[in-house]
Write a protein that binds this ligand. Sequence first.
Ligand code: HEM
Length: 259
Amino acid sequence: MNRTSDTGAGPPPRRPGDTPETPLATTRRPERARLPGRAAWWTITLLAAATALLAARYLTLDPEVFLEEQRAAYLARLTPLLLHIGGGTAALLLGPWQFVARLRTRRPAAHRIVGRAYLVCVAATAAGGLLLVPGALVPPIAPIGFALLDVLLVLTTAAALHTARRRRFDRHRVWMVRSYALILSAVTLRLWLVSCAALGVPFDLAYASAAWTCWLINLLLAELALAHGFFGTAVGAEAGSVIGPAAVRVSADRPGARP
Ligand code: HEM
C-alpha cells in the first residue's frame, strides 16, 4: 500500500485511526492542477471566517449592534437568534476543514468528531432561522426565500448524514458540498447587499432579492463544481477530493469502507 502526502515529501507514516482496509491510490495531481482548488478553498475559508466574525457581534446580545431595522424583532426572539447565529458562525468555521482530504485520510476520527459538531451547528442554525422567518424583513418575499433555504439546508444535511451512515462516502461528499454551499449563503447574502448598496439599489429590493439569490447562486456554483469534478467525486466517478490534498482516495468511497 502506498500513499502520497500533500507536500510531496513521500508517504506519511500510518497513524492510529488510519484504516488499513481503505488503501489509497498513489495518483498525484500535478501542482498546477491543484492550485485552483487551493485558491478556492482559501477564498471560501477566509470569506466564511470574515462573515462569522461579523455575525459574532450578535452573541454579545447588545441591541446596539443588531440590524437597526430589526432591533425590536430580534429582541423579541433572543433565544432563536442566539441558536441561529451561534450555530451559523460555528458551521461556517468548521465546514472548510471537512473538505481537506489530507485531514480526512490522516485523521478520520477528527473528521467524524468535527462532522458531528457541524450537524449540531446546522440543526441549531436551521431551528433558530425558522423561528426568525416570521419576523423577517420585506414580507412575504424574503421570509419565503429564507424558509426555503432553511428546508433545503435541513434536507441536504440529513442526506449527508444518511449517506455517511450507509457508508456511501462518494454520495456523502456530494451532499456535504450542497449543505455547506447553503451555509455559505450567509456570505453571499452580505456580498449581495453590499454590492446592491454600492449600485444604489433600494434596500427593500436588495434584501428581498438577497433572500433568494444568496442560496440560488451558491447551489448553482456547487452543482457546477460537482459536475466538473472539482471535489474529485464527479458524480458517479470513484475518485478523491481535490481541495487541498494530493492523495486520491479510491476504495474509501466504496460502501463498506471507512471515511
Ligand atoms: C443557511 C440557512 C440560514 C437561514 C435559513 C437563515 C435565516 C435567517 C433569517 C430568517 C434571519 C432574519 C432575517 C430578518 O430579520 O429579516 C436571519 C438573520 C441573520 N442570520 Fe441567518 N440564516 C441562515 C444562515 C446563517 C448563517 C450560516 C449565519 C452565520 C453567520 C447567519 C447569520 C445571521 C445573522 C447575523 C442574522 C441577523 C441579521 C444580520 O445582521 O444580517 N445566518 N437568518
